[in-house]
Design a protein. Structure first.
Lengths: 110, 116
């Protein structure tokens, strides 16, 4: 069974702080996606990274794909209460399925 | 477009009872998926379908069955519910070409199931 470990599992910070979430595996991905899930809803896609070393920015969110395509990180600058939610990474191993990470629950306090 | 819808939203079962969860999508997607979500474990794939009339097992298929009789619907059945099946169930769909790295999975709002 392929595993995607995310760290930290929980993160509670004040508005304006920066944070980084990590997603790690021993396997090589063909691509990796990050989703955000709010309470009572399904996950929603934030970004897809495909190339090793790739960096994508989405406003205050920066996503990086490791050079070896085994890991990824999500960095949020100046977090806001609206960033609160569960962040999930999901790796694709050249199949029609995604393997989801264990999740990072972020709480941003005003 | 409604996207992906799931019914019911909540359900409480007694051990041994059966039920069916319905997923419907109006995006003409070929691929559909059933996941369960438990604390600290992310989303785990139960079964999936790559087209009408086809189904396949995922990571945790035991105790569940599925059917895809119509392209827009994907049903998840529990024949004899057990407390270990208490979870939040999500359905998702995506367009054809599932090997495409950029394919986005669109999720329903989830069904919260409790088995007593």
């Amino acid at each position: 069974t392929q595993l995607l470990e995310q760290s930290p599992q929980f993160l509670s910070i004040q508005e304006g702080e920066n944070l980084t979430v990590y997603c790690n595996s021993s396997s090589v991905f063909s691509s990796l996606q990050w989703y955000r899930q709010e309470p009572g809803e399904g996950p929603v896609l934030l970004v897809t990274v495909v190339t090793g070393g790739e960096v994508k920015k989405l406003k205050r969110l920066t996503f990086q794909f490791g050079d070896a395509r085994k890991d990824s990180s999500l960095h949020i600058t100046a977090a806001q209460p609206g960033d609160t939610g569960l962040y999930l990474c999901a790796g694709r191993y050249n199949t029609d399925k995604l393997i989801f990470g264990t999740g990072t629950r972020l709480q941003v306090f005003p | 477009n409604a996207g992906v819808t799931q019914t019911p939203k909540f359900r409480v079962l007694k051990t041994g009872q059966s039920m069916t969860l319905l997923c419907a999508q109006d995006m003409n997607h070929e691929y559909m998926y059933w996941y369960r979500q438990d604390p600290g474990m992310g989303l785990r794939l139960i079964h999936y379908s790559v087209g009408e009339g086809t189904t396949a097992k995922g990571e945790v298929p035991d105790g569940y069955n599925v059917s895809r009789l119509k392209k827009q619907n994907f049903l998840l059945g529990l024949e004899s519910a057990a407390p270990s099946q208490t979870s939040v169930y999500f359905c998702a769909s995506t367009r054809a070409g599932g090997h495409n790295s950029y394919n986005e999975q669109f999720f329903g709002p989830g069904t919260r199931l409790t088995v007593l």
